[in-house]
Structure formats: structure tokens, C-alpha cells
Design a protein. Sequence first.
Length: 202
Amino acid sequence: MRGYISSVFKELLEDLRVTLTGSGFDSRIVGRNVIDTGPQAERAMGITRRLNAVRAPKRPKQAVVLWNNNFSAVTLRGKWVYVAKGLSERLSDEGLAFVLAHEMAHHDLDHLTVHMTMAGMLGWKQDMEGHADRRAFELMVAAGFDPIGGIEVTHADLWEDEPEDDLSHWPQGLQDWAMRHRRSHPLMSERHEAVKRWIKAQ
């Protein structure tokens, strides 16, 4: 148990370090990846322009497609939003719009500020990701994308959900604490159902 808690705090401290010092081109994100400049990059930049047009004009973001097969997207402080080529190739324009809008939403909602990073450390990461999904949905609809993209991205067939640890031998209070810190995002099934509710409510 002590080792698990130690690893959690190391991860949280790294998140804080990135928030305090991270530029938009942090080596942890780009590493040895080659930046794609082909059709996927052009498509991502075009979608980003449409999303920026319905966001605060002083906070435009630019998409960077990384040449790897990961199913991931991420953003840090600065103007960049990163998406893996492997993910981009699997998604329609609407799906990619939801992914990029989700990362932009972290900026719009000030999730990358120090105090919000501290809130994440205290167990609010999943809530922040849920709020970013909602903001992403609003952005993509405002930009003229079909909201079905949110359904596409949150479909269980696209992702391997975060692995669960067997914490049944822990006291219930520690189980609750660990699960709030172990998972960075809500269950994909919960995100999928949330998008369906938002579409129905339109």
C-alpha cells in the first residue's frame, strides 16, 4: 500500500511541475516523436481553426499531430494541443473535433492553472475531465460539427479503459480515496452516456 501511495504522489508532483514550468512543447509529450506535416496535420489544423472561431479570441490554440500510433491527446500550458496520428486516423472530422475541443476546454476552464492542478491532486481530476467533455460538446456544436462525434470518441470499442486495481483488502475509506486518485478520467461508459444525454437535450 505504501508503494502505491508513493507512486500516486510522484505522479501528482510531476503534474504540478509541468503546470508550473511546462511549455507547450514539453519533452514528456513530444519526446522522440516526429511531428506530422501531412494530411492528418492539415485536417487537425483546419478543425482547430473552426473551434478557435467560437472560443475566446485571445486564447487560440494550434494542433500538433505526433507521428505515433498511440490513442492519445493532451495539452499543457501554452498554445499547443497534441494528438497522436494513430488516434487521428481512426476518427472522423467530428470525432477529432471532439478530441481537440476537449483539450482546448482545459484551457477555457483554467484547468492548467496552479490552483486547479492542486484541486486535481485533492481528487477532482475526474470532475475536471467531465467538465471538459461538456465544454468540448458545446464548442463542437457551436463550430458546426455534428455532436455524434462525441458518441464516436467515447465508444467503448475505441479505447482500453484504465485498469482497475484490486483494493478489496483496503479499508473502505482508503478504497474511495485511491479510486479518486487512481483514475484520471470518468469511466468511458459514463462519458458516453453523458454525451447521449446532451444530444437528447438539444
